[in-house]
Design a protein around this ligand. Structure first.
Ligand SMILES: Nc1nc(=O)c2c([nH]1)NC[C@@H]1CN(c3ccc(C(=O)N[C@@H](CCC(=O)O)C(=O)O)cc3)C=[N+]21
Length: 287
């Protein structure tokens, strides 16, 4: 029997989420409410500039008014926080996103904590992270949410499955591990200090790779039929590749996300969704 590999089309799924978000925004428009997202970009990192552009064009397709606040590279933590506090007070701003990474040496922790938890559409505030860990998910990080969303759309059950996550970052690995535990998966989290990576990855029914190492995951490291989510975005020459050797691994995977066109667009789509969630919550009394 020939088992076919499902290519998880993140772009197509994102298109559907955009349409859904636009519908929700139209409903709010009847009450004269327009969802508003503010992004804060510090400095001139070209990759960050590109991601910010992607987010704003998605907003414009999905009925969300968005603006970018550009702060100079030389900004202090206090200056960033002062700007965020201004945005916290504005009624026309329902979501605030501080683009990471911050330039040289600036610690994002305090700035992220200054975002009102109900406007924290990235889900990075300790209050939202704490709620997530306690199994009471509110606003959650967008990349993990995009992965959960895709699995739901594929009708992949999570309860009792073996999930292996490669990478233990605050933005992907750690929150995704908590979200998978909340859905009763068995979770292993691997990282640079893991002794034998392949020994773990071969267990995975669902393998999520967010390591930033091109071609890290080879065919021999993957269980046939596994669902593979490649979070990596690496520039190799003039090409963008993930952390998974796509050529090899797509031959045996049950499903796999391409790079580009996989997890990236899903991440942006979840930002739209969460901005709508935040807006609806904040305007409950007006509805
Ligand atoms: N506060 C904060 N929130 C974030 O959500 C956040 C962040 N900071 N910092 C950087 C990462 C990265 N990120 C991506 C979003 C979309 C694509 C995306 O749509 N990429 C396209 C194009 C890829 C390409 O060609 O470079 C794709 O994968 O198809 C990628 C990466 C959000 N991030």
């Amino acid at each position: 029997m020939i088992e076919l590999t499902t290519i998880i089309d993140g772009k197509a799924l994102a298109g559907e989420v955009e349409a859904e978000t636009l519908e929700r925004a139209k409903k709010l428009a009847n009450k004269a409410i327009v969802p508003g997202l503010a992004t804060v970009l510090v400095g001139e990192n070209p990759a960050s500039q590109m991601y910010i552009r992607l987010k704003h064009s998605a907003c414009s397709r999905a009925g969300i008014r968005s603006e970018n606040v550009l702060l100079p590279e030389s900004s202090t933590e206090e200056e960033i926080i002062a700007k965020i506090e201004e945005l916290n007070l504005r009624e026309d701003i329902n979501g605030i996103l501080l683009q990471l990474p911050l330039p040289g040496g600036l610690n994002p922790q305090r700035a992220m904590m200054s975002i009102l938890p109900e406007k924290d559409v990235d889900g990075f505030h300790p209050r939202n992270m704490g709620a997530l860990l306690l199994g009471a998910e509110r606003l959650v990080p967008c990349t993990p949410l995009g992965i959960i969303y895709a699995l739901e759309r594929l009708d992949k059950k999570l309860e009792g499955t073996e999930v292996v996550i490669v990478g233990h970052s605050n933005v992907v690995g750690k929150p995704l591990a908590a979200m998978m535990l909340n859905r009763n998966a068995t979770v292993q989290v691997c990282h640079v200090f893991t002794r034998d990576l392949a020994e773990h990855t071969r267990d995975a029914d669902i393998l999520v790779v967010a390591a930033g190492v091109p071609g890290l995951i080879k065919k021999e490291m993957v269980r046939p039929g596994a669902y593979i989510f490649d979070v990596g975005i690496n520039r190799v020459g003039d090409k963008t590749v993930g952390d998974v050797d796509y050529e090899e691994v797509s031959q045996i995977a049950g499903a796999i996300t391409p790079v580009p066109g996989g997890v990236g667009p899903l991440t942006v789509a979840m930002l739209l969704r969460q901005t709508l969630n935040a807006t609806e919550d904040q305007t409950k009394d007006q509805q």
